[in-house]
Design a binder for this molecule. Structure first.
Ligand SMILES: Cc1cc2nc3c(=O)[nH]c(=O)nc-3n(C[C@H](O)[C@H](O)[C@H](O)COP(=O)(O)OP(=O)(O)OC[C@H]3O[C@@H](n4cnc5c(N)ncnc54)[C@H](O)[C@@H]3O)c2cc1C
Length: 344
């Protein structure tokens, strides 16, 4: 079927964790959902370390089993060396035993979530790129895509940290930190020091995160908090005996939030709504939570006639509150560094 024929309840742009969570939530509420994803899967994404608190969300989305059966590495906590000695910080435990986080290989994780959306009847256009929103009578009414126009009552932007819809609609994006860039890369081999748990280690210029992400594959992430440059041959000390993959990556992780996170005919979710640097370590969790919440509120609007104002304002307030909460937590964390950046 050509997209020209489609009028859905909801069109979602982006098939990462935020988009898939929103799609599943909407489909479960009986809404007709189309999604456009520009990349053919599997595609690479960073962000593998997931807090155990993600499990109830996976359960709610009906993907706990597919994710658990993927055999991702699990760990009980992580090593932290911030302003003093290195110490192990466990996630916690209850009567059933210790809580376990995941090292979820993102291409596999994202594919499993998207598959669940497909099973529930979500029409996925892939690879298909959203080009610009269709705006009629001051309301977002659909999306022009590389395959044609798609019309919908609501458009959800889940296209990630480039803030596709916010930029298209001219919404401002508020930064709450100076420009921060996370550099990351991979190294192959064996590093027994990192096999049990990831580690975050601070120094005078920033911090370095290291983790085993697959058998014989390790990831490092380096965030500089001072105006220094990353050495082209940078590798964390514990990876010196490993073989670095030649390709390095970087991402803009400036703390920021789009203004007007929901409005007439649209919602912004996941990184499209807010971005924090990876020390907050909850990017994927927040992507799932915001997707579920947006999906729930859209169903309230379309199925139960809840007022447009209450669903959009409720969403904006909810995201704003936890973003401010997380910004304050990060500031406290960075205050504890041996040389806290002056901007915190
Ligand atoms: C170096 C680094 C390390 C990180 N580590 C962690 C971590 O350990 N744990 C954690 O929880 N989080 C981590 N994060 C954050 C995490 O990666 C993000 O928060 C998460 O990926 C956000 O999910 P999302 O679904 O909003 O966006 P994304 O995962 O970016 O998905 C967006 C999707 O939209 C698609 N898309 C984009 N534009 C278009 C378009 N125009 N048309 C159609 N499709 C489009 C993209 O192809 C992509 O599939 C890290 C981030 C970085 C940069």
């Amino acid at each position: 079927m050509s997209p020209k024929m489609v009028k859905a309840d909801v069109v979602i742009v982006g098939g990462g964790p935020a988009g898939s969570a929103a799609a599943i939530q909407c489909a479960r509420s009986g809404l007709q959902v189309s999604m456009v994803e520009q990349a053919a899967f599997p595609r690479h994404r960073p962000g593998e370390t997931l807090h155990p608190g993600i499990e109830p969300l996976l359960d709610q989305l009906g993907v706990a089993q597919p994710v658990l059966s993927a055999g991702f590495l699990r760990h009980r906590g992580h090593w932290v060396q911030w302003s003093g000695d290195r110490r192990f910080v466990p996630f916690g435990e209850d009567a059933t035993g210790p809580w376990m986080g995941f090292q979820a290989w993102r291409s596999e994780f994202d594919q499993r979530l998207l598959q669940q959306a497909r099973v529930l009847g979500v029409k996925v256009w892939q690879p298909c790129r959203a080009i610009r929103p269709i705006v009629e009578s001051n309301q977002v009414a659909g999306v022009f895509t590389s395959a044609g126009p798609l019309y919908a009552n609501f458009v959800i932007d889940a296209a990630g940290s480039r803030h596709w819809l916010a930029r298209q609609l001219g919404l401002s994006i508020d930064s709450r930190s100076p420009r921060l860039v996370a550099h990351y890369g991979y190294a192959e081999g064996s590093c027994s020091e990192r096999d049990q748990a990831p580690a975050i280690v601070a120094d005078t210029h920033g911090w370095t995160w290291t983790a085993r992400v697959q058998p014989r594959l390790y990831q490092w992430t380096r965030l500089l908090l001072t105006p220094t440059k990353l050495a082209p041959d940078f590798l964390p000390p514990e990876f010196h005996a490993l073989i670095p993959q030649p390709k390095r990556h970087k991402a803009n992780v400036t703390w920021r939030m789009a203004n007007n996170l929901a409005g007439p005919g649209y919602f912004l979710i996941g990184d499209a709504a807010t971005v924090l640097d990876p020390a907050s370590s909850h990017g994927v969790l927040k992507a799932l939570m915001s997707g579920i919440m947006a999906g729930h509120l859209i169903a309230q609007r379309l199925r139960h006639n809840r007022s447009r104002h209450s669903v959009t304002q409720g969403y904006c307030q909810w995201v704003c509150d936890w973003f401010n909460h997380d910004v304050n937590k990060l500031k406290v964390l960075y205050h504890d560094l041996p040389n806290p950046p002056i901007w915190v």
